[in-house]
Each structure stands twice: as C-alpha cells, then as structure tokens.
Design a protein around this ligand. Structure first.
Ligand code: SAH
Ligand code: SF4
Length: 437
C-alpha cells in the first residue's frame, strides 16, 4: 500500500527549500504527499528556533500530533531543522511521541533513517557534525510552487550577530559546487519554473572556499541559463555586498531589481553590540551606491526592536534612519533572547511593554513609507509573473512585480507562469491592485 507523508514547515525560505528536498527523498522510498494529516503514515516537522515565538508554536504543534499517534500507533513522527538541532535529546524527552530527531547537517540521510525506523522502530536522535559537509541527496526536490523555485547555494553562517542562534544550529558556511547549482536550475527550468531564487544565510559569502568564484560570478552565470526569466537571491549581509555584485545586477538580463538587505537597526551603538560590522553611515553609502547603479531598485530589510541596552535615543535614531532610507518594505521583529548567544548575557534588558510600543511605532513609520512608495506606482504598468488564484477568491489572481511587490488582478485568459502587463489602479501598504494592460 502507498504510504503517505505530511511535512509541516516553519521558518525561513531555506526551510521551505529543504522540506521540498526531503519530500523528494521520501518519494524515492514509496511515500506520497497528503494534505490530510490524519491519513499520514509519516509526519515531519521541519522546525525553526530563530525566535521564542516560533519555538513555542512548534512545541504546541508537536503536542497536538500526539492525538494522531494515539489513533494510529504505527504513525512515524520526525523533527528536523533548527529546533531539532538545538534541542536534540531534550526534544524527545519533552515529547515522547516523537520518533526521531534529525539535525541540520543530517538531512541528506533521511531515507536511511526512515527505513531503519520502519524496520527496527527504535527512537533515534542525531544532531552530530553541525558544520559537516552537506550531502545533497541524489533526488530532485518536489517543489511547492509551479513557477518559482528556491535553490540553496550555501548553508550555514559565520557572522555570529550577537542576538542570533543561526550560526549555532546551522554550523559554518559551506557552498554548493556551482555545477550542482546549475544542474538543479536547468532541471527546474525544464519542469516549467520561470523564477529562480538563490538562497543562503548570507549569499555574499558564496564560494569563499573555492578559488575561482564568488557570488557575483555565480549570479552572472545563472543569469545566462536559458529559460531563467527572473532571478532573485536572499539574503545579503550589508558588510560584504560587493561592487562587483552591484555591477552584475546593473548589467544583468533577468536579475530582478530587488535586494533584501537586513539592516537590523539604525544606531551605531546598537549595531556595534549586535556585531553587524557596519555603521549607519556605511549602510547609507551602500544604499546610495546601489540606487545610483540600479535606479528602480526595490530595497527591503529586517529590523529588531528591544535589543538589550536600546535607549529611546537609539530608537528615535532608527525611526529617522527609516525615514531617510525609504525602504519599500521592512520585516520587523521584537528581540527574542536566545540562550547561548552573547546578547543573552547583555545587561539593560528592555521590558515587554516598551518592546511592543516600539514595534508599533516602528511599523507605523515604515507602513506610511511603504504606502507612499507604492503610490508612485499608481497608474503605472508593471510586469507581473502570474502565480495563480489568490487565497480568498479564485477569480482574482496574484503575481509579483520584478521588484517583488504582490499584485492582484481579475483573472482573464492568462496562465500560471505567464509574464503579463498589469496597470495598477489601487495601491495599499503591502499590495498593488490592477487590471491587465
Ligand atoms: N541571515 C539572514 C537572516 C536570518 S534570520 C541575515 O542575516 O540577513 C532572519 C531575521 O530574523 C534576521 O534578519 C533578524 O532580523 C531576525 N532575528 C534573528 N535573530 C533574532 C532574535 N534573537 N530576535 C529577534 N529577531 C531575530
Ligand atoms: Fe544570524 Fe547574523 Fe548570520 Fe544572519 S548574518 S544568520 S542574523 S548571525
């Protein structure tokens, strides 16, 4: 009988990409995907631990899964990803209905682990070798979308921002060989994917272990692959976004005019204590350089409020900084203390009420800017890659501009994957609405 699996994915795009790869592995040993979790023979939770909120949600979900295990004692439950790496044995102790825990460097062994669990039914935890070589399984990913494909180019992070747990649970930076990346992209294109997003914790570090390449060169080479109609990447650390990369983007064929460039904060004292290795002035100069080279570039960012020691003056500087930069969009987070990171031991913690107030103020300032930026697009015609029906109305389709803005429009004759022109006639903070032009 056909066995069914369900993967629950939490966290960033890297986890989405890795879940797709694990789906490919499971397909190889006779499993097929199901949307109905109650019929699954195997449930994988691909987990995140970047903030406490993610962790709490995942532990809540793991708790809920016990009821399926009670209904079906043969059900296999596995936890993979960052929280699995962080909590290891502890995770099985807290949730005894979990059967195996697989660390981030062990993903390539999923097939063997599932097979051996099926036969021996022996609980299993492996979080070893977090910085070890990533073995890409010899399978193609089963991708969630039909148009846009995520392609990891490197794993891990060496930056050790003082608030961040990622370097501990993802290990040191390791790049995939370029040929492997090209082959994966060519396969995606062959299967109808039009948009490629290259993924890494810090893509600018790509290829440091190889003598003959770097991220700019990789991007330029991918831009030449036939059939890649749109090319994106994330995430870039501002400290090493090179002139060569800006040049490749400015002269690119299908490289989209968008950079996600997390700044995290807008005061030098906090940036220093976050170990971000750049100043506000350096960041502003970088933005200026990027905008001079690529005038219609869209810039988005990440920001953290409530970092230990943040004063009202620091915070006001950050609001001024936002007004100055004029990001198209920002993802804003409340600082979450992560045990084992340097900042967990920093003094002068910010109280919860202040954190929330600052988050709201920050969002209010940025939302106004995002809306103003979008207002410039009112009445303009933009190129949209059609992704499919919107969540709430099958007659309304969605897609994205090259600058990564979501666009809604009434569905006509266009197909998923088409590049179409849409005339914007209504703008909101996070979306544009329009008619096919
Ligand atoms: N590698 C990427 C981001 C990885 S984590 C980069 O450096 O740009 C994604 C975002 O989560 C970060 O940009 C940061 O804004 C946020 N983040 C990371 N650790 C956090 C913490 N402890 N509390 C709150 N937000 C955090
Ligand atoms: Fe975390 Fe900093 Fe690495 Fe990004 S660059 S993953 S924020 S340590």
């Amino acid at each position: 009988m056909d066995k069914k699996f369900k993967i629950l994915t939490y966290g960033c795009q890297m986890n989405v990409a890795e879940s797709e790869r694990m789906a490919g592995q499971l397909a190889k040993i006779g499993y097929s995907a199901t949307d109905d979790i109650s019929t699954a023979d195997l449930i994988l939770i691909n987990s995140c631990c970047v903030r406490a909120t993610a962790e709490d949600k995942i532990y809540g979900k793991i708790g809920e899964l016990n009821r399926y295990k009670l209904q079906n004692p043969a059900l296999i439950i596995g936890v993979t990803g960052c929280l699995a790496q962080k909590d290891g044995d502890e995770l099985i102790k807290k949730s005894p209905h979990v059967d195996f825990v697989l660390g981030t460097a062990r993903r390539g062994e999923l097939i063997d682990i599932v097979k051996s669990f099926e036969s021996a039914r022996k609980k299993f935890v492996d979080t070893s070798n977090v910085s070890g070589q990533i073995i890409e399984p010899e399978v193609f990913p089963i991708r969630a979308g039909k148009v846009s494909a995520f392609v990891p180019i490197m794993y891990g992070c060496n930056n050790f921002c003082t608030y961040c747990i990622v370097p501990y649970v993802r290990g040191r930076e390791r790049s995939r060989p370029a040929q492997e990346i090209f082959d994966e992209i060519k396969d995606a294109v062959k299967n109808g994917f039009k948009e490629i997003t290259l993924l890494g914790q810090n893509v600018n570090s790509y290829g440091k272990e190889f003598s003959d390449t770097n991220f700019a060169k990789l991007l330029a080479a991918v831009d030449k692959i036939e059939g890649v109609e749109r090319l994106r990447f994330m995430t870039s650390h501002p400290k090493d976004l090179s002139d060569e990369l800006i040049d490749v983007m400015a002269n690119g064929k299908n490289i989209c005019e968008h950079i996600h460039l997390p700044v995290q904060y807008g005061s030098n004292e906090i940036l220093r204590r976050m170990n971000r290795v750049y100043t506000v002035e350096k960041y502003l100069a970088l933005v200026k350089k990027i905008r001079a080279a690529i005038p219609n570039i869209s810039l988005t960012t990440d920001l953290i409020v409530g970092f230990p020691g943040e004063t009202e003056t620091d915070f006001k500087m950050t609001l001024d900084f936002l007004r100055e930069v004029q990001f198209d969009m920002a993802f804003t987070f409340i600082y979450s203390e992560r045990t084992g990171t340097p900042a967990a031991n920093f003094e002068n913690k910010v109280d919860d009420a202040t954190k929330h107030r600052r988050l709201n103020e920050l969002m209010a300032v940025q939302n106004k800017i995002s809306l103003e930026k979008n207002l410039h697009l009112d009445g303009q015609t933009v190129e949209v890659l059609v992704e499919g029906a919107s969540k709430t109305d099958k007659n309304i389709f969605t897609g994205r501009t090259r600058t990564n803005k979501a666009v809604l429009f009434p569905h006509g004759s266009e197909n998923v994957g088409d590049l179409i022109s849409v005339k914007v006639n209504q703008v909101q903070t996070w979306i544009l609405k329009g008619q096919r032009a």
